[in-house]
Design a protein around this ligand. Sequence first.
Ligand SMILES: Nc1ncnc2c1ncn2[C@@H]1O[C@H](COP(=O)(O)OP(=O)(O)O)[C@@H](O)[C@H]1O
Ligand SMILES: Nc1ccn([C@@H]2O[C@H](COP(=O)(O)O)[C@@H](O)[C@H]2O)c(=O)n1
Length: 210
Amino acid sequence: MSDTSIIAISGGSGSGKSLFTQTLITEILDSGMNILVLCEDHYYRDQSHMTMDERLKTNYDHPNAFEHELLIEHLLELKAGRSIEYPQYSFTTHTRLAETQTLEPASVIIVEGIMLLASPELLPLFDIKVFIDTPLDICLLRRITRDVQERGRTLQSVTEQYESTVKPMYHQFVAPSRFTADVVVTQGGKNRIALDVLKSHIQQALHREN
Ligand SMILES: Nc1ncnc2c1ncn2[C@@H]1O[C@H](COP(=O)(O)OP(=O)(O)O)[C@@H](O)[C@H]1O
Ligand SMILES: Nc1ccn([C@@H]2O[C@H](COP(=O)(O)O)[C@@H](O)[C@H]2O)c(=O)n1
């Protein structure tokens, strides 16, 4: 087994996980380091056997919506120095695409997603657990803009899904998972100090490898 560091970045939908992760890796990649990012969203279950009506009824904010078994298998493969076939997911068809992407192992792996810290089977794999703590009303405002502009949703579908699953599941699963985190970050991807602390930890881990 190699000495791979796995960092989990979790928090509600729209909390700023992706922006935080992207800011972090852009700054680290600028210094020429080898780092890999996996999104939990890519591990939403394949629903190609279901009709579109059935897919629209899925609760995408429950831990069971994810194939965490496959995510665990992939993290273990990467830690063992082997490549993986990374699933690709469509928020339009609500299922996996036929193609996958081959990803090579790296010394530091960042995984980001809503249910990472709410899933006890995943926790032992993470060396650092980060929770992006953003008020739910701000998450909702960001989600409306993003889902309409980037995920082909209507304002009505975003508000209905928010009331029926996103908000109740946030309170049931995501918010309590904050207490499993090592680091709780306010102000998301704009929190300069949190970014610098994690960057410094990652750079130390990468230097230990070299
Ligand atoms: N701190 C912030 N201030 C302003 N806008 C932000 C901030 N963090 C994220 N956003 C914006 O909010 C939207 C959702 O953020 P994103 O990082 O995709 O959230 P998540 O990955 O947690 O769902 C994106 O359009 C992003 O640019
Ligand atoms: N087919 C799907 C799958 C997921 N969602 C929503 O995505 C959210 C998680 O992704 P973030 O990038 O926002 O963290 C989650 O809250 C699901 O409701 C969806 O709408 N459709």
